[in-house]
Design a protein around this ligand. Sequence first.
Ligand code: KIV
Ligand code: NA
Length: 277
Amino acid sequence: TKPVTTASLKEQKKNGEKIVMLTAYDYPSANLAEEAGVDMILVGDSLGMVVLGYDSTIPVTLDDMIHHTKAVTRGASRAFVVTDLPFLTYHGTIEETLRNAGRIMQEGLAKAVKIEGGAELAPLIRRCTQAGIPVVGHIGLTPQSVHQLGGYKVQGKTPEAAQKLLDDAKALEEAGVFALVMECVPEQLATLISKQLSIPTIGIGAGAGCDGQVLVYHDILGYGGGHVPKFVKRYGEAGAIIHQAIAQYAHEVRNGAFPAAEHTFTIKEEVIGQLYG
Ligand code: KIV
Ligand code: NA
């Protein structure tokens, strides 16, 4: 099947075909996402929490993102891979931002970058798209601003906040983003925004009216601990399966059941006999 492109994603919106996006952080997760037919893979800076054990996305570095992107792109050929620009890597000069986004594409081989924020990012987005860097926007709950927002909360609930999200969405489209992630946005507002934009919207905790959905790999798989938000649906119990397997391994090492003959190499008895003299 043909690789997913910015053009085919736009086509999907036009035809009312939902876009499936999932995060992945390494080679096997990308491979499995690809084999299962997801359209887009996000190397999210959620990797800071999900695979690096930080308690927010703020400590994640550009080098962390590139390292994981390299592994993901080796495991994905059809799915369109997008990588997050992490905290404070797109707030300096435009030149610095272009260099950072450029590294994600040249070293990581991602096909696009995602940045969190609203209309204030428009000049930057124009420069990136002029340079051939496709950009995904991200509005609503923007986790890199968690300390500014005062926690992980639903956004756009007041008339002013709802209007601002709509204005931001339009400004981002106008500036050239080819897709827009909306996180923790009330369904009616996310639906309205999705209808007013011609680029695909991808929701996470933003209801069924978006053009696509994104969730975190470990969340849908029940793989790894921590708080699970209301918007997550769990489709598997990978954590329980892995726990059970490791516990069984430990048990069998301790009672001598592992390794058995079939896991073991041998040589002729004479060879060993000689050594005993
Ligand atoms: O980092 C991430 O995983 C994300 C998505 C959840 C949208 O930004
Ligand atoms: Na992110």
